[in-house]
Design a protein around this ligand. Structure first.
Ligand SMILES: Cc1ncc(COP(=O)(O)O)c(C=O)c1O
Length: 393
């Protein structure tokens, strides 16, 4: 096992790496909320006012009015009946599965769903069937195999982290039986996708009443913790029937205070999302103009898959020479030999974006010995869908 290098954040869009200050196009802090002065002040004032830790389950002596305040505000922001805070995003799906255990005959799982959904499925206590990634036609085939009296739940990410693609939730809803439920892990889509930041369901215009949307507070909100966006009834069921919820300590209160501040910033400044999309559009359209074609995706992510180790090294060197940290990753469900995952934020400066564009256009669109895989080079550039429009696969 090679442990990844430690990075030291310098300011909102730079890191220190081997003694150099480099532009940082990675991670999942899409709005750099984790270093926003208002959010940081909320951590300090929360610590001074509430202390660090309630030191008990919410179902015993660890409940606090601040939890409910954040839940109500999250429910309003996402346009759902209610919300329940969970100590991490990973656990959100697990507590939902524990609460719903025994209700379904089959769980249908996107083959590239995040590992936490696969873990959560174990707690549903039903048969598990995978379907091809973002593929409604294969989903239809798998549904048929489940039989006519099956009771189904579908598990999928909302926005996929690797490429920023959106799950075709509206298509899934059309195919699934009327009583089927969708559990959508929108860790990356929440606050990022959709005209008002409600996430993937809003972006793909999927009716919400059969969707349980889960998300993390560590990405679009830059803080920490998880939230289940659901009906009041399901909230109550999780609180009473999920051993993981009942038996664990909730979020530290300074983080709840910080999440309230981050949420308020999103509500007051929709321009943050506009800027994220303008920055993303700038990079993606420049790459398309020089023949670097990317998977059509609404998210602020550019994935470059090198064809071999030598080509990965060339791109890495070119990035370092331009003072950009090379975000080469291997991640479950991603390309087996790894890929560069560039994440555009609302806070990168025009100069940083232009520098990234210059390197990627120079290295990745070169016809000979390009750093892109042949598959990526040959794809036709296509217009990216504007916010709020349904994604096409
Ligand atoms: C799709 C997805 N779901 C869940 C998680 C876990 O969220 P958290 O880090 O808040 O536990 C992650 C990654 O962090 C993720 O990418």
């Amino acid at each position: 096992m090679i442990e990844p290098v430690s990075l030291q954040q310098v300011d909102r869009t730079y890191v220190r790496f081997r003694g150099r200050k480099l532009s940082f196009f990675s991670g999942c802090d899409y709005f750099r909320m984790a270093s926003h002065p208002t959010v940081l002040r909320a951590v300090s004032s929360g610590l001074a006012r509430y202390g660090l830790n309630v030191a008990a389950s919410r179902m015993t002596t660890g409940n606090h009015a601040l939890y409910r305040q954040l839940e109500r505000q999250l429910a309003r922001f996402f346009g759902v009946e209610d919300a329940l805070l969970i100590s991490t995003g990973y656990l959100t799906n697990l507590v939902v599965a524990q609460a719903l255990a025994g209700r379904f005959t089959h769980a249908l799982l996107d083959e590239k769903a995040h590992v936490c959904l696969r873990d959560a499925a174990v707690f549903l206590g039903c048969r598990l069937r995978s379907f091809k990634h973002r593929n409604p036609a294969d989903l239809a085939r798998q549904i048929k195999r489940c039989g006519t009296d099956s009771r189904l739940i579908l598990l999928t990410d909302g926005m996929y982290a690797g490429q920023g693609t959106a799950a075709p939730l509206a298509d899934y809803l059309k195919i699934l039986p009327q009583d089927a439920i969708l559990l959508v892990d929108d860790a990356h889509g929440a606050a990022v996708l959709g005209a008002t930041g409600k996430g993937t369901p809003e972006f793909v215009r999927a009716a919400r009443h059969r969707i349980i949307q889960t998300t993390t507070l560590s990405k679009g909100f830059g803080v920490y913790g998880g939230v289940v966006l659901c009906s009041r009834a399901l909230r109550g069921e999780i609180m009473t029937q999920s051993p993981a919820f009942v038996g664990s300590t909730p979020l530290p209160l300074p983080l709840v205070n910080a999440a309230l501040a981050a949420l308020a910033l999103h509500r007051r400044h929709p321009a943050l999302r506009t800027r994220l999309y303008q920055n993303t559009e700038r990079v993606k359209s420049a790459l398309a103009a020089t023949g670097v074609s990317l998977t059509e995706a609404p998210g602020p992510i550019v994935q470059i898959i090198p064809s071999d180790a030598r080509q990965a090294t060339r791109l890495r060197h070119a990035l370092l020479a331009a003072a950009i940290y090379p975000p080469f990753l291997r991640y479950p469900g991603g390309p087996p030999n790894g890929s560069f995952r560039f994440v555009i934020s609302s806070e990168h400066t025009p100069a940083q974006l232009e520098r990234l564009i210059a390197v990627l256009c120079r290295v990745c669109s070169a016809p000979q010995g390009s750093d892109l895989s042949a598959r990526q080079r040959s794809r036709k550039p296509g217009p990216r869908p504007p916010r709020g429009r349904r994604s096409r696969r």
